[in-house]
Design a protein around this ligand. Structure first.
Ligand SMILES: *[C@@H]1O[C@H](CO)[C@@H](O)[C@H](O)[C@H]1NC(C)=O
Ligand SMILES: *[C@@H]1O[C@H](CO)[C@@H](O)[C@H](O)[C@H]1NC(C)=O
Ligand SMILES: *[C@@H]1O[C@H](CO)[C@@H](O)[C@H](O)[C@H]1NC(C)=O
Ligand SMILES: *[C@@H]1O[C@H](CO)[C@@H](O)[C@H](O)[C@H]1NC(C)=O
Ligand SMILES: *[C@@H]1O[C@H](CO)[C@@H](O)[C@H](O)[C@H]1NC(C)=O
Length: 457
């Protein structure tokens, strides 16, 4: 009797197992034209890494607000959500449905059949389309291969980032059209609606990522130097795990990272407070995330902390972290003593540069500031083909040029290419693996003697 019951239980367990396996394997990565997914159903990428479905962002899972999203399968929504479709238009019940409609676009309908969200690109003359969740986490709308469409991509979720960047996504902008792929924070941990904070790639001068809260710059990554962002040398420690690059073409400037074989799943997350964190998944045993890097990481990452010609040093708490570049002094010593350093520094000795009979004449020279994050390049001029020597000569010949540096450090040595700054230089700090910045000074400021004397007397 007992044996029979045990056998029955075993059979039931086996049946449950088979049933679950069937359920798992029946989850498809593709939504065909005319098909739909209701709340509770999912699309799962071919290798199982990503899931698309409906979720509620409140941890308690109260189904008052429902969102369509893509999450990293090994973790659980809302914590591992990489992308959200209807950020601004939550559904108020579990009767939502995602439809691959005959007008060749994805439609998210609420219980009453109203459209809460749609993948905008529609082309009624295109052949039948399918939606597919790729193993990269990218949801694509494709021309159906079988109907002669060639499988070309009509729309993809990677073009519309939420607050998360994952491997293969292109973060940047098209300088021709101004079209941008940036990250926008969630309004709150339980509200995916766009918040105040944003991080975007600025393509003026050299590419640099800038974190914003509203209209205020919170921090900048520093200019791209060919291998990493000047203020973010941590990126140089990824080789063998992730590779990073900034692609520069006439119609696209984009940062992209690629995970190499065996790398843990990684994401760059813009937090609700506007910080950017690089997180890696600890794996099935560890669960949860390791935070590898974060920006801003210290007081010196606050944008323009020490003002024009200021130089921030994160280890000099006794001097309020701020100093001035050699040859400059606080513009307002009283403000600096009150810890208001954003007013910056002014030049001690005026430059001597002018024109005699149309020929530029100057007695100025340059002093190197070693080991720094290069200044903001918003108003800088870049020439990737010049050598550092040519750069020096050009800067010297132009009375409005106040500093120069190599634009690309890949060749080693002194680097190559040329960045020239006019007006002020801001957002300079000491940083590990920092670069050389050449600052224009009057002749009398070039020798150490004067500074040695003033310090001794
Ligand atoms: C979803 O698909 C089912 C059949 O699989 C169909 O009965 C239903 O009408 C569809 N719903 C929508 C909103 O298209
Ligand atoms: C849910 O939304 C629909 C339309 O989107 C609206 O008609 C309905 O009143 C809402 N229900 C609740 C409970 O808010
Ligand atoms: C729509 O699709 C057709 C057929 O593929 C193509 O020839 C046409 O250029 C497309 N139109 C737009 C606006 O994308
Ligand atoms: C660039 O120039 C504009 C206009 O003069 C100025 O408002 C802005 O502060 C400058 N940016 C930097 C980083 O110097
Ligand atoms: C000096 O440099 C600035 C910025 O690169 C540029 O706009 C200006 O035309 C240059 N002046 C001369 C005389 O070359």
């Amino acid at each position: 009797m007992a044996a029979a019951a045990a056998a029955a239980i075993k059979f039931l367990n086996l049946a449950t197992l088979i049933f679950s396996v069937l359920l798992l394997t029946s989850a498809s990565d593709t939504l065909n034209s005319g098909g739909n997914i209701t709340d509770g159903e999912t699309l799962v990428s071919a290798g199982g890494l990503f899931t698309l479905g409906f979720f509620s962002p409140s941890p308690a899972g109260v189904p008052t607000k429902r969102y369509l999203g893509i999450w990293f399968t090994a973790s659980a929504p809302p914590e591992a959500v990489c992308w959200v479709a209807n950020r601004e238009a939550p559904l108020n019940s579990t009767s939502g449905v995602l439809v691959m409609d005959s007008a060749r676009s994805l439609l998210l309908l609420d219980g009453s059949g109203q459209t809460a969200w749609s993948s905008s690109k529609t082309n009624t003359t295109a052949p039948a389309t399918v939606a597919q969740l790729l193993e990269s986490g990218n949801l694509v709308v494709l021309r159906d291969k079988t109907s002669g469409g060639g499988g070309s991509v009509l729309w993809q979720s990677f073009d519309h980032p939420s607050n998360t960047l994952i491997a293969g996504m292109r973060f940047g902008r098209n300088p021709r059209t101004g079209e941008e792929r940036s990250l926008t924070s969630w309004r709150a941990p339980d509200d995916p609606a766009p918040g105040d904070c944003r991080v975007a790639l600025d393509t003026r001068g050299l590419p640099h990522a800038v974190g914003w809260r509203g209209g205020a710059k919170l921090y900048s990554s520093g200019p791209w130097n060919g291998r990493w962002f000047s203020g973010f040398p941590e990126m140089a420690s990824y080789p063998g795990i992730y590779s990073i690059e900034v692609a520069v073409r006439p119609d696209e400037v984009a940062f992209v990272f690629t995970a190499l074989a065996g790398a843990p799943f990684a994401r760059l997350l813009l937090t609700d407070e506007g910080a950017i964190q690089q997180q890696t998944w600890r794996g099935p045993a560890g669960r949860g995330w390791n935070i590898w890097d974060a920006s801003p990481r210290d007081v010196c990452d606050a944008y323009g902390k020490c003002g024009a010609f200021g130089l921030c040093d994160a280890v000099t708490a006794s001097t309020l972290f701020c100093g001035c570049v050699h040859g400059f002094s606080p513009a307002s010593p009283s403000e600096w003593s009150m810890r208001e350093t954003s007013g910056g520094c002014r030049r001690d000795v005026p430059l001597d540069c002018g024109k005699t009979n149309g020929t530029p004449t100057t007695t100025d020279g340059f002093r190197v500031v070693r080991g720094v994050k290069l200044p903001d390049t918003d108003n800088a001029t870049v020439d990737m083909t010049a050598t550092l020597e040519q750069c020096r000569a050009r800067c010297l010949a132009n009375c409005s040029c106040v500093a120069y540096a190599a634009a690309d450090i890949r060749v080693g040595g002194d680097g190559s290419g040329c960045v020239m700054w006019v007006g002020d230089i801001v957002d300079v700090r000491y940083v590990d693996k920092g670069q050389d910045l050449y600052v224009r000074l009057a002749k009398s400021e070039l020798s150490d003697l004067k500074h040695w004397l003033t310090r001794v007397i």
